[in-house]
Structures are given as structure tokens and as C-alpha cells.
Design a binder for this molecule. Sequence first.
Ligand SMILES: [Ca+2]
Ligand SMILES: [Ca+2]
Ligand SMILES: [Ca+2]
Length: 440
Amino acid sequence: MRTPRATRVSRLASAAVLTGALTLPFALPATAAGEPHAPAPAAVGKNAVRPGAAGTAGKGASMSEQAREKHTVRVATYNASLNRGSEGQLVQDLSTRDHEQAQSIAEVIQINDPDILLINEFDYVEGGRAAELFRDNYLAVGQNGQDPVDYPYHYVAPVNTGVPSGMDLNQDGTVGGGDDAWGFGLFPGQYGMVVYSKFPILKEDVRTFQQFRWKDMPQNQMPTDYYTPEQQERLRLSSKSHWDVPVQVGGTTVHVLAAHPTPPSFDGPEDRNGRRNNDEIRFWADYVTGGQEASYIYDDDGRHGGLDRGERFVILGDYNSDPLDGDSYPGAIDQLLQHTRVRDPQQSSAGGAEAAVRQGGANLTHRTDPRHDTADFNDVPSPGNLRVDYALPSRNLPLRDGGVFWPEPGQPGADLTGEYPFPTSDHRLVWVEVKVPGAR
Ligand SMILES: [Ca+2]
Ligand SMILES: [Ca+2]
Ligand SMILES: [Ca+2]
């Protein structure tokens, strides 16, 4: 049985105030984003809410292991709010084993036990020290009765957030500060990301797209009346980075496509962030199309092109775009959800449905079914809870299961997701389970 958590919750709540305050909310009123999106026939219907995934497993064997089919791989994305307000703070927080938010994040991960995991909002530290500390001091330590989870492999790399551009990108007459960095951030690496894996990562074959210039995407949506000619020439597309991280699963390579496009907010009528968000999403759409459509793409080593046909992939991350709600550029996330090579598992939770009704506000006018929401944002006046976190496998990976870890109040694990100030994150872990030839 799980240890009662009642006394822990109050301490968690105070520890998470900082995290909640640092999390960027959407700021602008909700507008429609694209046409209604027909449910995919491949939706993970009956198993979409896994009764076991909420942490009812006893000590010794996690429910996910018991329930897991052979030859399947569970892949998850989690915006964990493990970003900090100053350089060095995350390493300090993770250097001991008793940071309560980090413990709770690790517990969520242990309950869901993904084989491959992308964490967004995890500050990049040169040399990868923070990623090692989180692995060793938190993931490898059983939290609150859960089994530890071991990730022998991980990948981190620099990101654009907080890296000074030297230009006045927000046109306020001065150069400097988070808004003039290549991606919004207060110091280099803030809001970075990390991939953890139980399977070997083919590091030699990783492709990163941190430096790719926005102007080099044909028919891009850059607001050219807003940016100076020099800025148009030099702007980078990716607000953090885009990574193709190949993972060796038995005899099969699965490409983890990781990104965290900018929120489509915090801008003006020119909609520079909405347009950038759209094109950051489109980058992966073109990348998985491959061939001529991807010929403009080049990586940080100067290699051109996208994925070959027949490759297997899972697109992971917080894409800051709901199919129907929030203030996305119209149709932004549909570029992936309706892509012929991508499967939308339409992961869902009972907690998301419950929260939308109880929290009200903007949720009452939303068009996306709240069962699919993955983030608990501010509801009055906007944006309300949104579906922004995605784990989207390629169509050549047979879909077995999927879900959003958002238990209803009173259910096991509900104290981990919580309400503002969040004990973990305002985002929820989203996972998908696919069959991979040659796995286990
Ligand atoms: Ca400026
Ligand atoms: Ca909310
Ligand atoms: Ca919603």
C-alpha cells in the first residue's frame, strides 16, 4: 500500500509557489484555431484511462510493468517545470535528495514508468550535470513507495532560450533581457529539455536544429514588417531546439523528435510568437514528410534533409498549441495531428474532464474535449485548460495504449498533479505505448 501523503501535501504546496510563479501562462484571449478535428479511428478508446496508471500498484512491481504487453515500448512527454529563476539553482536543488517538487516529479515518472521520456522545462547545464543529478538523486530513488526507475541513457544539448541575440528583437529600443534572446529566457539554458531512455541512444546519429534560420523555411510565417532586415536574416526558428534523437530498440531505430515551441503569446498584433510557434510545429511536419518537402532543412552539422520514408518516430513535447482553443495560429497543431504519417492517439484522462467542469471560466466555452487537456492553466479570464503536450507516434508503429496522467480528485496520484500552486507542474505527463519490432 502507498504511504499516506496527507502531511506531505501542505509542505509540497509551499515549495511549489516558486515553480508556479515562473511558469509562463498564456496571456491573450482565446481565439479559434482551425477547423474542428474529426476523431481519429485509431484513438485509444477503451484503454485511454488506465485504471492502473494512477499508481495503485503495490510495492515490488509497478502496475505499468504488470499490464504491459510484450514487444511494446512506452514513450512519454512531461513538461515538469524543473526550470529555475537563476543559473545554478537547478543543480543546487537537485544536489540533495529531499527537494519536494523534484521528488514528486520523480514519483509521477516512476508511477508511469516510461521506457523513453522527454522532459521539457529542465534547465540546460553545460556538461549535463542537472540531468545526471535528477537521474541519480531522484529517478533512481524510490519515491513514496514506488519502484526506482533506471535510465542508463540520456541526452541533453544546448538550447536557444536565454542566449543573447545581440539584437533588439522585441523592438523596445534597448538590447538585452529575456525577450531579446534567441528564445525567451533569463539565462542560457533556462527552459531546456532532456531525453531519458532505457534503450541505447545513438548519440553519433543525433541531429540538432538549434541554429536553423527561420528565413530558410520556404513560405514561412515570419512577420517581415516587424523584424529589421538584419533580424530577418539571422533569426533562429527553434525557440529552444529541435532534436532528432535515435533510440535503438532491439533491432529497430525509433526517432524521438523533441521540441518545445514558443507559447503563441507575449507579443503584439504582429503575432510574432504565434507565427513562430506555427512554423516550429511545421518544421517537424516537413521533417517527417521527408523528400523534397524536407530538402530545405539542415541540422547544426550542415546535413540536409528530413527522415527517410519507412523510418519510425515519436513526436514528443509541449507544443503550446491546442487543436481548437487558446490563441494558436490557425491550424498550427493540426499540421501534426492530421499529418498522413502521424497517428493521433487522442490520449485522455478523467481528471482533465473533471477539472474543466469544476474550474469553469474559459473552460466552459472550449471546443476541445477536456478529457484531452494536458495543462491546467488559469481559467479566468483565459486561456483555461488546454491540450498542448503530445506523444504522437508514426503510423508504422502499431498503437497499443496511451493516456494523460491526470487522476480525478480522491484517486491515487491526484495529490501529485494537484491544483495551483502545483506540487509538480501545471502540465501533465502524456504517454503512448506502441509495438516496436524487435523490442524485448
Ligand atoms: Ca529589446
Ligand atoms: Ca485551470
Ligand atoms: Ca480545454
